[in-house]
Design a protein around this ligand. Sequence first.
Ligand code: ARG
Length: 460
Amino acid sequence: MTKLWGGRFADEADERFARFNASFRFDRRLFEVDIRASLAYAEALCEAGVLSRDDAAAIERGLQTILDRGRREPAYLERGVQQGIEDVHSFVEAELVNLIGDAGRKLHTGRSRNDQVATDLRLYLRESIDEIQGLIKALQRALLDLAEAHQDVAMPGYTHLQRAQPVLWPHYLLAYFEMFARDRARLREIRARVNVMPLGSGALAGTNYPIDRQRLADRLGFEAISRNSLDAVSDRDFVIEFIAAAALIMVHLSRLAEDFIIFSTSEFGFIELSDRVATGSSLMPQKKNPDALELVRGKAGRVFGHHLAMLTVMKGLPLGYNKDLQEDKESLFDTIDTLTGCLSVMTVVLKNTRVRSERLIEAASRSDLYATELADYLVGKGMPFRQAHELVGRLVRYGLERGKRLDELSLEEYREFSPLFESDVYEALSLDAALARKDVPGGTAPARVAEALAAARRRL
Ligand code: ARG
């Protein structure tokens, strides 16, 4: 197969090296964006007077034919991989020359694969980000659906995975909604930095031909053009920051997965996963395993790995393009695949989760969750909080030693600890009162949560 750089070389590349060097088996993913960028570039060359109208038209027809064929016929690209074609850029150019002859040899005028691949990758990532935004939104919608379906259900909130205070189930889910809202904002910011066009930077120094870069950028939907050609061809910040954002999304998905794994155990029994998103055991007939969630949790590790891999690839590179940069693609593509897969599956899991409201409410009604309420009750009667905290601590211990819950202690027992206790103490131990008192913006009072839910819907 003809190479893009044969002239200087008298000898063929060693076959093992050629295979090692080739990226077509993975950068074939850039096929469509590569052709789109080339279509726009041919137009720019023509406008700059570098290509004749006829040549430009032939190139455009040729590229369109290659694009159609690539879309229709999967074996077309696969054959290129088998033939050992170096990369997607070589493939497209070779096919173009095959199709239209000499005019095809003019397309690469003033262009380098260095500005070409950076342009392709940015186009590809821009579209992937848009797709991911849609998937996060769908996940957020599923969270809201699950929240609204059980709007009045309370559950224990945890710190240190120990029962802490009661919260509403929708309040709990809205916490994840917020994480994913931040993720979407982060991706929006990153997209703006991705959407900058390197094309026209040549190999490193800029190009000899007077192409109108701004017009070219407009045509490709780029918001801006790069300001420095050396930076443009060697920068992969956009890959690294995207993977970092993806890693954070994976952290959020993984924490949600972990919660749901715990919640679905017999010990908790807060939720049940439907058969559609669980698996059985080959040995133990009773088992129903949360594999979907475990895979989401597990796959977070791959994305973290890609982030570190890319930082490491970049850190020692002398300025300018280096072949090390070819390593960006597998990390980026696998990040995109892993992330989109996990987002979709998590959404499916949420849609296939049965909430066991009665178990949640029962757990939220255990009186150990109300010790703080009791302290605040005393504060309401004039006792300084620190003192109230200490006193209730002793009450809890007293109850534990006698096997009595806080709501099972008599008023006489309460009054032995403090005369401030009166018969209304038992109201402090009620779930509804405890929730209603958390009446601050961001708090779990039912009215606040209802507002937050409605606001979350509007934000989508
Ligand atoms: N396949 C290469 C990559 O992914 C394309 C750029 C090659 N440039 C070069 N100067 N060899 O980075």
